[in-house]
Design a protein around this ligand. Structure first.
Ligand code: ADP
Ligand code: MG
Length: 238
């Protein structure tokens, strides 16, 4: 069971509190989208779940275990960022193999897992290319491939499509959802785009100014927003 539970979590940078006591319960295998305007605290919350940022107060639990003090690499999480962060001097294969090599996995296992992930994402023909030889969409697929290879319990995405053009963005939404259906894994997906949230989420968490405004299925939020902020945000065009 890889549920993710966020209990009364706060984050302060120096004297300034930017996350004000957030509660979110995410079930095993759920695809949850955190949505809200720029600066509302989405990335900070995701980084606390990933272990890239300390937790000022409250608890983060993964599979019912408190992970507040667990380093990022011990959390069984993979994170995909908007700027891909591929290693430019490594081929696609090497980029995807890197985390397994770090863990000293046997070469045959590395080979078979990378090929399996490449198959899922349609990357087989590109395994010997370098990142500079790929399109934006292909790079994003490699970034996802690196995440799958690690076989994590939890996937975290931070605005993974925001550098892509509009048409590709729509296609990649479908790909990410299909990927989730194939490989499973609890997914927390951050975006400031309400259309992306509405089309991808099992459950949406609407944030504003470091608080959760409402949590619900897309149609619940659309039909019964708790307040004017949610109504305005969900109802407005992208
Ligand atoms: P979002 O991802 O929703 O755009 P962020 O989580 O990046 O928002 O930021 C939330 C708030 O925390 C913002 O006011 C931002 O300026 C502040 N913040 C984020 N990171 C830091 C940091 N390292 N130091 C100080 N303030 C930060
Ligand atoms: Mg952000």
């Amino acid at each position: 069971m890889a549920s993710v539970t966020i209990e009364n979590v706060r984050k302060a940078f120096g004297e300034t509190e930017v996350i004000h006591g957030v509660d979110i319960a995410i079930a095993d295998g759920e695809f949850v989208v955190l949505v809200g305007p720029s600066g509302c605290g989405k990335s900070t919350l995701l980084r606390m779940i990933a272990g890239l940022e300390s937790i000022t107060a409250g608890e983060v639990k993964i599979a019912e275990r408190v992970v507040n003090r667990l380093p990022a690499k011990a959390r069984d999480i993979a994170m995909v960022f908007q700027n891909y962060a591929l290693y430019p001097h490594m081929t696609v294969f090497e980029n995807m193999a890197f985390s397994m090599r770090l863990r000293k996995a046997p070469a045959a296992e590395v080979e078979s897992r990378v090929r399996e992930a490449a198959g899922i994402l349609g990357l087989q023909p590109l395994l010997q290319r370098f990142p500079r030889q790929l399109s934006g969409g292909q790079r994003q697929r490699v970034a996802m491939g690196r995440a799958i290879v690690r076989d994590p319990q939890v996937f975290l995405f931070d605005e993974p499509l925001s550098n892509l053009d509009a048409k590709l963005r729509v296609a990649m939404r479908t790909e990410i959802k299909a990927l989730h259906q194939r490989v499973g894994g609890t997914t927390i997906y951050v975006t400031h785009d309400q259309i992306e949230a509405m089309t991808m989420a099992d459950k949406i968490v609407v944030m504003q100014g470091g608080n959760v405004e409402q949590i619900g299925a897309p149609l619940e939020l659309y039909d019964a927003p708790d307040n004017l902020f949610v109504a305005g945000f969900i109802g407005s065009p992208a």
